[in-house]
Design a protein around this ligand. Structure first.
Ligand SMILES: [Zn+2]
Length: 108
């Protein structure tokens, strides 16, 4: 990763393309070992992403302009819901494990 999460007031990072974003989702899905039924990117009203009971993931277009570390958090969160439908202890443990691994990989 070439730069850290920008502090408040700094210019936002360059937006990535929807194609690149879907590539990130695919890479995380492989690492986590899940297969989303579909991945959509569209403007959402009140949240960054959602996961349907059928395994379809929808991400807000606004994520394309967010920092990579934040995108990772949202992507991992939704993909983990394909394994664990709630926010219980297991979910939080997996979130920590994958994001820590991801950050180590991204910074070395
Ligand atoms: Zn959730």
């Amino acid at each position: 990763m070439s730069h850290a999460l920008p502090a408040d007031g700094e210019a936002p990072p360059e937006p990535i393309s929807a194609h690149a974003f879907k590539g990130e989702v695919r890479a995380w899905a492989e690492r986590i070992g899940v297969q989303p039924a579909a991945v959509h990117i569209r403007p959402m009203q009140r949240k960054w992403a959602s996961c349907s009971s059928g395994g379809r993931l929808t991400f807000d277009t606004g994520l394309l302009a967010q920092a990579a570390v934040f995108r990772d958090e949202v992507i991992v969160h939704e993909l983990l819901h394909l394994k664990v439908p709630n926010h219980g202890k297991l979910f939080r443990q997996l979130t920590r494990a994958y994001l820590r691994d991801g950050h180590v990989e991204a910074t070395t």
